[in-house]
Design a protein around this ligand. Structure first.
Ligand code: SAM
Length: 284
């Protein structure tokens, strides 16, 4: 399936932020409308496969490691012993794979609303799905908002919200009620990680998210930034929210060992990511 003469350019155009990003593609391989979103898969000339949801770039074969490693390892190495981890969204399974690299993890549950995303990931991004058969992994298809609402109090060590932008089915993953459910479900030393968009383009969203997290009762927040070449502005962020106490020191030695098995994450990257640059310090 291809709309134009090959090769051509796929462009994610953001009118709201006055920016656009393009990848040169050979072919559009898939275009399907699920119950929740339009899913497209492209074969690019230089970035491998590309998954696009509702016109927004999600994952490419070449550079998804920045996002998946930084959504998981800083929080998991900050926690003293993460055992029970939940990923909300994350249907491409890349975050789940990173979580399962941690030997302390006994259960990792992924809840994505859209089974078609995972079907497409298994087919076009098999490297992200290679831990799906791990006996500690459970993959559920359903609404993450309801899942967190029904979660047992103080049952989880880490919750990672690897969601699409806050529109459509993921809108409720960014609000006060959802953060309240997460707070209740976390153990006292638990950590919530929320993908928090571009630190250049979406400062208002990050600020409001942080305010809501504090208002429901999280004790400490840390927004971290990292490169994300195919997302608007090329720089992305996630926000860590600690249920009780400070973040304290991370498990440096364990992180150093794990980093041999990572493309971007390392103890040095961890330390640097935990320091907010001035432009963001001023705006948050
Ligand atoms: N890395 C991407 C980003 O930052 O834009 C997001 C990754 S994508 C795998 C996000 C996933 O969130 C999608 O597969 C989508 O189906 C899922 N999602 C959206 N709303 C959801 C909800 N309410 N519950 C569970 N999953 C949801």
């Amino acid at each position: 399936m291809s709309d134009f003469a090959s090769p051509y350019w796929f462009t994610e155009q953001c009118d709201k932020t006055g920016s656009a990003f393009s990848l040169r593609v050979k072919n559009k391989i898939v275009e399907k409308q699920s119950q929740f979103q339009k899913i497209e898969i492209y074969q690019t000339t230089d970035f491998g496969y590309l998954m696009v949801l509702d016109g927004c770039t999600m994952v490419s074969s070449r550079e998804n490691f920045f996002y998946h490693e930084m959504m998981s390892h800083p929080a998991l190495f900050t926690h003293p012993k993460p055992q029970n981890v939940v990923v909300i969204g994350g249907g491409d399974c890349g975050t789940l794979k990173e979580v399962l690299k941690h030997t302390s993890v006994e259960a990792a549950t992924q809840i994505d609303i859209d089974e078609l995303v995972t079907d497409m990931a298994k087919r076009y991004f098999p490297e992200l799905c290679e831990s799906n058969q791990d006996p500690r992994a459970q993959i559920i298809f359903g609404d993450g908002i309801k899942f967190m609402h029904d979660a047992l109090p103080e049952s989880l060590d880490i919750i990672i919200v690897d969601s699409t932008d806050p529109v459509g089915p993921s809108e409720g993953l960014y609000d006060y009620a959802f953060y309240q459910s997460c707070l209740n479900a976390l153990k006292p030393d638990g950590i919530l990680v929320q993908q928090s968009e571009s630190p250049i383009l979406h400062q208002k969203l990050i600020k409001e998210m942080r305010e809501a997290m504090l208002e429901v009762g999280f004790s400490n927040l840390q927004t971290i930034i990292f490169p994300q070449p195919i997302y608007p502005s090329g720089l992305w962020s996630c926000t860590l929210a600690k249920k009780q106490g400070d973040f304290g020191e991370f498990r440096h030695k364990d992180a150093a060992e794990m980093s041999n098995n990572c493309e971007y994450y390392s103890p040095v990257v961890h330390q640097a990511a935990m320091r907010l640059p001035n432009f963001l310090k001023k705006s948050l």
